[in-house]
Design a protein around this ligand. Structure first.
Ligand code: AMP
Length: 299
């Protein structure tokens, strides 16, 4: 099978109670594809500017990430700056500069158009729609978004939501879209808008999956040392969809396991700044943490 991921490749400045890092590699596409690369060979659609380190693209390729759909343009890479306080679930966005994304017109290579799974990572919903329209007959489509687009691009965002099978969102986003305070009712309302599954991310409390026939919960890996929560959501989605692409099956048991692998990959991401941990984690560390998860949830 094959997995196509669209999203941002970014340079991020991040401040947490531990440290401050300037212009480190980030972006929804970077996190999601690195997390997915431990299960499959994701193909990415994104754009970066002249200031994006070229050796990072080589590192992506070494991890099996296909970057033919990523263009390099004159100008600056997407830039995001955020700050976290003591509560890792709460962050303040200080700056967003879309830079080369301003004029980005994604053009998918022919083999990308045959993708079985498409992940529309956080980016302007118009770009998400554009990519979706270029893929011929995907078996599974999924999306993520953030408050900025819920507030400023609601109409096109709702159009994307109506076309995908899985919606990934945090509790605040799902409540905001549906104008509903109860999370389960909000999840069900999201189902009415199109998706077959709504995966509600609740930070350190894990995720809830809402589907027509079942609701299930997966805790987050108990992590004592959260150094930088950035990218946890994208890594969750990358691990989740990368696993489904590997097992080539979307039954309920696969979806539940995918959520555990998503949590495993997110738990590695937050152990270090930016994408550092996703660059170095090993298959045996992933297997070990998956086993620890089994013990955590069995009763
Ligand atoms: P997450 O913590 O999973 O929500 O993802 C954080 C990543 O999202 C950072 O690396 C940012 O560069 C990226 N990001 C922040 N704002 C936006 C935006 N408006 N569009 C696309 N990506 C963004």
């Amino acid at each position: 099978m094959s997995l196509v991921i669209i999203g941002s490749t970014a340079l991020d400045t991040i401040e947490t109670p531990f440290d401050r890092r300037e212009r480190i590699v980030g972006g929804s596409c970077s996190y999601a594809s690195l997390a997915a690369s431990y299960f499959t060979k994701p193909k990415i659609v994104s754009v970066a500017g002249e200031d994006f380190p070229r050796e990072i693209i080589k590192k992506f390729n070494k991890k099996g990430i296909d970057t033919r759909g990523m263009t390099l343009e004159e100008g600056k890479t997407f830039f995001w700056e955020g700050r976290y306080g003591q509560n890792p679930n709460q962050r303040t966005t200080l700056k967003t500069e879309i830079n080369v994304f301003q004029d980005f017109k994604p053009e998918l290579p022919p083999d990308y158009r045959e993708a079985d799974i498409v992940f529309l990572g956080t980016i302007d919903p118009e770009l998400q729609l554009d990519v979706l329209s270029q893929v011929k007959n995907p078996q599974l489509t999924a999306m993520d978004t953030i408050n900025l687009y819920i507030e400023n691009r609601k109409k096109s965002l709702l159009e994307v939501i109506s076309k995908v099978d899985i919606f990934f969102g945090n509790d605040e986003e799902v409540k905001k879209i549906t104008q509903e305070n109860n999370l389960i009712i909000a999840g069900r309302k999201m189902l009415e808008q199109g998706p077959s599954f709504v995966v509600i991310k609740k930070g350190e409390h894990g995720v809830i999956i809402v589907e027509d026939q079942f609701i299930s919960g997966i805790p987050a890996h108990p992590c004592e040392d959260v150094r930088d929560p950035t990218g946890a959501g994208d890594s969750f989605a990358g691990g989740f969809l990368g696993y489904l692409d590997q097992v080539k099956s979307f039954e309920e048991k696969d979806i539940r396991r995918a959520a555990v692998y998503g949590s495993v990959m997110a738990s590695f991401t937050i152990e270090d700044f930016g994408t550092d941990r996703l660059m170095t984690v090993t298959q045996s560390e992933i297997k070990k943490r998956y086993k620890e998860f089994k013990n955590l949830v069995s009763f």
